[in-house]
Design a protein around this ligand. Structure first.
Ligand SMILES: NC(=O)c1ccc[n+]([C@@H]2O[C@H](COP(=O)([O-])OP(=O)(O)OC[C@H]3O[C@@H](n4cnc5c(N)ncnc54)[C@H](OP(=O)(O)O)[C@@H]3O)[C@@H](O)[C@H]2O)c1
Length: 433
């Protein structure tokens, strides 16, 4: 007997998923011992879609309700995206006792735990491997592969678009705006790029991974987030002088006092394995109390890599349906999520990279040093590359480890100075890599 599937959403991921199911169907059948049969496909413009060669028996519809109510369908694949319609699709599918496979990070980051509870109540499954880091099976790793470990730290490069932009600025010395335009032309960035470049997409992914890794019930709003819009080529020049590079670093670090979460551009040593992640690739580095360091790398998006994650989830869920497994492994790895114990960002102590753009005048360094000293911030180094335009001179001060609150307070004071061309940029210099 086959297991039947309804696919809702035939865009990038939906089309990749269907192609893999059609082209790789024989192998999938061999691996499972039974076929996965696509029974229905649905999108708003389904008539215009060139679905790969499926038998005529595949129902094509514009109405997702038809698919989630079809009594012959076992698994619903939600690939519509967003939180509104996708939420209704998943709820109704679960209520109708159909398992769900989704790639929807935005929805899962906000409502994942609630929807999982609903799936459990209805005795069906909810799988979301494709929602984070597309082609990297990071869910399975955290949920099962290293479930026996206690995760202490998790670092990720989780947004391919920002990583493409940062690594292009680094390579070609081009400005953010022109690299963003190139990313849009290449199809790496949306017309409205804010979800990617302002860190929101990475924030949803980190919320899902941190809930999985640490078993705490948290939402994207719990995560301190800064995007990459202010990064200039000169920041890389100075970072390189310090043998560092800059990445949009997703960080989740647990200590006895709580869980620290952030998504922000950060300096990391050039020797760190995460510094080697180039272009639209993603990576996750996990440090466990027992298994120590493990590293996962791959394509973070794209129809086929994400399609593989969807199809692999389909296979696992289909096996469980077929074998009537009553115990499903929670997509959150913990039977019950505990309360989020936040460690406020201002309490973390790290060295900071402070970049200033100033109109050259006498006494600038003395003024900055006085303000930093007043906030008990020690200066480690002052870096200034030769520049011709005295009206816009960039230079960098790196600090000794200092509390972020002290850095923030000092910068509020520094912002009053009349020699600044723009507000200073502060980035933590991450250690322990
Ligand atoms: N793109 C990636 O590489 C990637 C990677 C990982 C995760 N994801 C996630 O995967 C999901 C899908 O992303 P995508 O890039 O494939 O999106 P997409 O290309 O925009 O495709 C969305 C699809 O949903 C259909 N749709 C929208 N509203 C609908 C409705 N009310 N009823 C039926 N169909 C509807 C659209 O139909 P029409 O085409 O007919 O208008 C389209 O086929 C999102 O949650 C995204 O975050 C994407």
């Amino acid at each position: 007997m086959d297991v039947t599937v309804g696919v809702i959403g035939l865009g990038n991921v939906g089309s990749g998923t269907l192609e893999i199911l059609a082209e790789n169907g024989a192998r999938i059948r061999e691996k499972l011992g039974f076929p996965l049969r696509v029974k229905a496909i649905c999108s708003r413009n389904v008539a215009r879609k060139k679905a790969p060669a499926f038998p005529d028996a595949v129902t094509r519809t514009t109405d997702w309700r038809e698919v989630v109510r079809d009594p012959e369908i076992d698994i619903i694949v939600e690939l519509v995206g967003g939180t509104a319609t996708a939420g209704h699709i998943i709820e109704e599918a679960l209520r109708n006792r159909k398992s769900v496979v989704t790639a929807n990070k935005e929805l899962m980051a906000i409502r994942g735990a609630e929807l999982w509870a609903m799936a459990s109540e209805n005795g069906v499954n909810l799988a979301m491997e494709a929602s984070v880091a597309g082609g990297i099976p990071i869910h399975t790793i955290l949920r099962e592969g290293i479930a026996g470990d206690r995760v202490c730290e998790l670092y990720g490069v989780l947004n391919g678009t920002s990583n493409f932009i940062l690594t292009e600025i680094e390579k070609s010395n081009a400005k953010f705006e022109s690299v963003l335009a190139e990313a849009q032309q290449l199809g790496y960035a949306e017309a409205d790029p804010s979800a990617d470049v302002d860190g929101l997409d990475a924030r949803s992914k980190l919320a899902i991974l941190a809930a999985l890794a640490f078993g705490e019930r948290l939402t994207p709003a719990d995560i301190y987030t800064e995007g990459i819009r202010r990064i200039l080529p000169v920041d890389f020049e100075y970072a390189h002088q310090l043998k560092h590079t800059i990445r949009l670093l997703c960080l989740a670090r647990q200590s006895d006092d709580g869980l620290l979460l952030s998504v922000r551009p950060s300096l990391i040593p050039q020797s760190a394995i995460l510094a080697q992640v180039q272009g639209a690739y993603n990576a996750v580095w996990i440090r466990g109390a027992y298994g120590e360091d493990t590293f996962y790398y791959g394509r973070g998006a794209g129809p086929k890599p994400t399609g593989v994650a969807v199809v692999s989830d389909l296979m696992r869920v289909a096996r469980e349906i077929r074998h009537g497994s009553p115990d499903r492994v929670s997509p959150f790895a913990h039977e019950r999520l505990g309360e989020y114990k936040p460690l406020p960002i201002p309490t973390q102590a790290l060295p900071y990279f402070l970049r200033f753009r100033v109109e050259d005048k006498a006494g600038i360094i003395a003024t900055l040093a006085t303000i930093l000293a007043k906030h008990q911030i020690g200066i480690d180094a002052v870096l200034q590359l030769p520049r011709e335009d005295w009206r816009d001179l960039p230079f960098v001060i790196t600090t000794e480890p200092a509390k972020e609150q002290a850095i923030r307070d000092a910068l509020v004071e520094i912002r009053e100075a009349d020699f600044l061309v723009e507000a200073p940029l502060a980035m933590p210099m991450e250690r322990g890599f």
